[in-house]
Design a protein around this ligand. Structure first.
Ligand code: ATP
Length: 877
């Protein structure tokens, strides 16, 4: 009787398992359908936009909504143009900026989706300058806030922040300004916590609004509102109260990426359901995407990374290497240092002083590479990051887009390199499986990595629901020719799945790596299957297993211990179909045979320029030196706060030689601050290179490679279109024409400019026309008054000119000190040919310590508060 019942129970259990599998599979299917639905809706919306654009004859960013053509003329146009050029130093608007500014100025709520480096800040900073009162900006990280406030202060804009680092006196004066309108505070930055937790602050805001002085509210990194976004912050959820309290104040929510679902969340949470939406392309044409197979041997993998950096970035161009765990960061940084690269680790488990110092050294180009966990993320404002390397897989395509997108924010060529090894999958999956759609997102990036043929860029377009655009050879699969064989591995797959079934039947759990080992050793011994083992390398077997997981034939299962989560392989929903051969189910694997070579250039295809480093040449290089020196002598501000790379490119091509000409390129404010030095640098250069009509000193890719299209400057385009490896001729600007006409003419001209400068400097010192403006500036903003000696040739050493690493430089010593901090006991054996065994128990599964990145990020946010004063102090030193 009892045995009958037990038999029945077993049957019910079995059926329950099957039902659960089916539910799981249906849920996955539902998830993927929802995703497709969102993507299709977005595609339909963008088709409508294109149709509207065609009808109206407006540009792609033009937006006409509710009868308003945001690209049209508005009463503030002239004032806006004046502030744009003369205050912000920006010559023309980029896609959508003008329209967004018009919508905000018209009092509308707006969602802005614009890629990293696209120019989101201008969209709220410019209206903040145009409108009366104070703009409130909510930003998630102190480091971001601090950079923005410093940048604005350097431009002479009254900007402050209210954070835990604000002194009582500063707070008092900010509150007075909000309450009574004292002072002229134009932009106030706060973290979301301030809005969510400080009643006092909200009541001051109410007073500010009551007095008609709350000009607008900007929510930066707005994707943090949504649980569907990649960086959810609970405090962002509270921001809905702002619209409730201040319904008439325009709100602008900005983010680099937001799927349709995230956008819906944003609208609802911020209570701006009737807002205008401006979506710019996610395309970053200057980024070259590449996925490489990561070698199983840890040391060989680092060798690969090191030679990539040393070969292509020998001028110490900045880069980031992302790692999975803190321990891995320390080890990889130490190994890179051993290979002659100036690198330091960065993660949440470091003293605030050390973290701040690493960040500072990297920001000021004294350290080439930061090796960080994803905790080193959102706060990065450095525009000239030339490469982002992922030593380990990201957790989704979206996070990869964000993390790799920290490269090339200045619009110049940069390289995004991801090292993928299928055996890295369980490390990530054991971290994300509990997240909503965690596995679904992780498997999407695995598919991206497993593919040897599909365009990487197209994967991003599809993911973000955007129409596919040309890649122009800017990813490995489009740039390189390789023989990819679509290999039928159905038999191998069957054999692997049988093995999983057998072990599951006896309740034995297998990790991916254990399955690989067991399968290889058993098939080698088998009379019938020995050939199967010979067909595939160990790496290929790992790839087949991951492919089976991606196809739902196998699945991952997770088991918890007190300290870790273990990932195992189990039977997925499709295993029966494969084993029974129903539906002619085939399993295919893309296998690359032989070496890859660069594809022949097609009409659209440029050379993979990011294969090479990028640097300025000629006058561009002289101006690059100058901005480094000026930044250092002006209280250690960032070089791009003096001149952006776009400015340098324009100056190098247009070669202005009078203050008026210079103002046309960089605007009055920057010209007022640094104009004399810039003109001296240009005239000196022209004097020394009278025949320099070539290239104009724009950025060049060394070793004769062509540069990709840079930021939206005419010069960038011209360089990109150069038909040969020869440097491109400068456009026929006034100056280049003049130079071409004869050096004698120019020499006279440059001498007279020098005379003029000498005179004007003297006048400056005596009565100082530009002193009036400067007298209002804080010493910290503008530093020592180097503008007083413009005629003296600036010949300070060029920081970036330090070529090969010299072990005795203080910089290297710093780095060695960092190395000394890595406890030996924590170092993995990089020579072992292990499958990540350093993190695994001997027998029973893949164990990963819970050093997850979320923890890192949270820690960073809190400890960054403490770091701020340190950061400021270090910056001043
Ligand atoms: N219209 C423009 N023309 C030239 N440069 C511009 C323009 N608009 C903005 N920039 C410059 O582009 C750079 C990036 O701008 P910004 O920091 O606003 O980007 P972002 O969209 O906020 O990027 P991220 O999401 O990475 O923070 C800045 O140096 C900014 O001065």
């Amino acid at each position: 009787m009892e045995s009958d019942l037990k038999q029945q129970l077993r049957l019910v259990d079995q059926e329950l398992h099957q039902v659960q599998d089916q539910i799981q599979s249906l849920l996955q299917h539902q998830e993927s359908l929802l995703e497709q639905q969102a993507e299709l809706q977005q595609l339909i919306a963008s088709c409508r936009d294109v149709a509207a654009h065609d009808e109206n004859g407006n540009g792609p960013g033009a937006s006409k909504s509710g009868g308003v053509n945001w690209s049209g003329s508005f009463e503030w146009d002239n004032r806006a143009a004046d502030i744009r050029l003369n205050l912000f130093g920006i010559k023309s608007y980029r896609q959508n900026q003008h329209e967004i500014i018009n919508a905000v100025m018209s009092g509308r709520d707006v969602i802005v989706i614009m890629a990293a480096g696209g120019g989101k800040s201008l969209c709220y900073q410019l209206p903040a300058m145009l409108r009366t009162g104070t703009a409130l900006v909510i930003s998630p990280l102190l480091s971001l806030i601090q950079d923005q406030v410093m940048g604005l202060t350097a431009l002479g804009i009254s900007a402050s922040m209210l954070t835990s680092t604000t002194t009582k006196d500063e707070e008092k004066s900010i509150y007075k300004s909000l309450e009574k309108g004292e002072g002229d505070l134009k932009i106030l930055y706060v973290t979301p916590e301030k809005v969510a937790k400080s009643k006092r602050f909200v009541s001051k805001l109410e007073k500010c609004n009551h007095g008609g002085r709350l000009s607008l509210i900007a929510i930066d990194e707005a994707h943090c509102c949504s649980q569907w976004g990649h960086d959810f912050r609970p405090d962002y959820k509270q921001l809905g109260i702002l619209k409730k309290q201040f319904p008439r104040v325009p709100m602008i929510a900005l983010t680099a990426t937001a799927t349709e679902r995230v956008q819906t969340d944003l609208r609802e949470m911020l209570q701006i359901t009737r807002c205008e939406k401006f979506v710019s392309t996610v395309n970053r044409p200057n980024l070259f995407y590449e996925v490489r197979e990561k070698k199983a041997n840890g040391s060989a993998a680092i060798d690969d990374i090191a030679s990539f950096i040393l070969d292509k970035y020998s001028k110490k161009e900045s880069g980031i290497v992302y790692c999975f765990s803190r321990k891995e960061c320390e080890q990889v940084a130490a190994e890179l240092r051993k290979r002659g690269i100036s690198a330091a680790h960065y993660h949440a488990d470091m003293k605030p002083e050390t973290r701040s110092s690493v960040h500072m050294r990297w920001s000021t180009n004294k350290l080439q590479v930061i090796v960080g966990t994803v905790a080193f993320g959102m706060g990065i404002n450095k525009p000239d990051v030339r490469f982002v390397i992922h030593h380990s897989l990201s957790k989704s395509l979206e996070t990869y887009y964000q993390e790799s997108g920290r490269a090339g924010r200045d619009g110049l060529p940069a390289h995004c390199l991801l090292y993928f090894r299928p055996a890295d999958l369980p490390r990530q999956s054991s971290m994300v499986f509990a997240e909503m759609a965690g596995l679904h997102n992780l498997y999407a990036i695995c598919r991206f990595c497993q593919s040897k043929q599909a365009c990487r860029r197209a994967a991003f377009f599809r993911h973000f629901g955007e129409k596919i655009q040309k890649c122009n050879g800017m990813c490995d699969n489009c740039a390189f020719t390789k023989e990819v064989v679509d290999t039928d591995v159905t038999e191998h797959a069957r054999s692997l799945v049988s093995m999983v079934k057998e072990s599951n039947d006896v309740e034995q759990k297998l990790t991916i790596l254990q399955l690989v080992e067991q399968w290889r050793s058993q098939t080698k011994k088998s009379d019938t299957d020995a050939q199967l083992a010979k067909d595939l390398s160990k790496d290929d077997v790992e790839r087949v297993i991951v492919q089976l997981i991606l196809d739902g034939i196998l699945k991952e299962e997770f088991a918890h211990t007190a300290y870790a989560t273990n990932a195992y392989v189990a039977l997925g929903t499709g295993w029966r179909g494969l084993l029974q051969g129903t539906g002619n189910r085939k399993v295919k694997l893309e296998i690359v045979k032989g070496a890859q070579s660069a594809k022949k250039k097609s009409k659209a295809n440029t050379a993979p320029i990011s294969e090479e480093g990028m640097t300025f040449s000629g006058l561009g290089s002289a101006l690059d030196d100058l901005r480094q020196n000026l930044a250092a002598s002006h209280g250690g501000i960032f070089p791009h706060s003096v001149l952006t790379s776009q400015h340098i490119s324009l100056l190098a091509s247009q070669k202005p030689v009078t203050m008026e000409e210079l103002e046309e390129v960089i605007g009055k404010r920057i010209a007022e601050q640094y104009g004399n030095e810039i003109l001296v640098s240009i005239t000196d250069y022209l004097e020394e290179h009278p025949a320099d009509t070539e290239n104009g000193g724009a950025w060049i890719a060394p070793k004769g490679k062509r540069a990709a299209e840079g930021p939206s400057t005419g010069q960038a385009k011209r360089v990109a279109k150069a038909p040969s490896d020869k440097p491109t001729k400068a456009p026929a600007t006034r100056q280049s024409k003049r130079v071409a006409e004869g050096p004698a003419h120019d020499a006279t001209k440059t001498r007279s400019i020098k005379n003029f400068l000498q005179k004007s400097t003297k006048a400056d010192t005596d009565v100082g026309p530009s002193n009036t403006a400067r007298s209002n500036q804080t010493p910290e903003s503008f530093g020592p008054s180097t503008t007083k000696t413009p005629t003296k040739r600036l010949s300070l050493p060029r920081p970036s000119a330090i070529s090969t690493p010299a072990p005795t430089t203080p910089k290297e010593e710093d780095v060695k000190q960092e190395a000394g901090k890595v406890p030996q006991s924590e170092c993995i054996d990089l020579d072992s040919d292990s499958e990540g065994e350093e993190d695994q128990p001997a027998l029973n599964g893949t164990v990963f310590k819970r050093e997850n990145e979320e923890e890192d990020v949270i820690e960073e946010t809190s400890s960054e508060e403490d770091e701020f004063s340190l950061f400021k102090r270090l910056k001043r030193q």
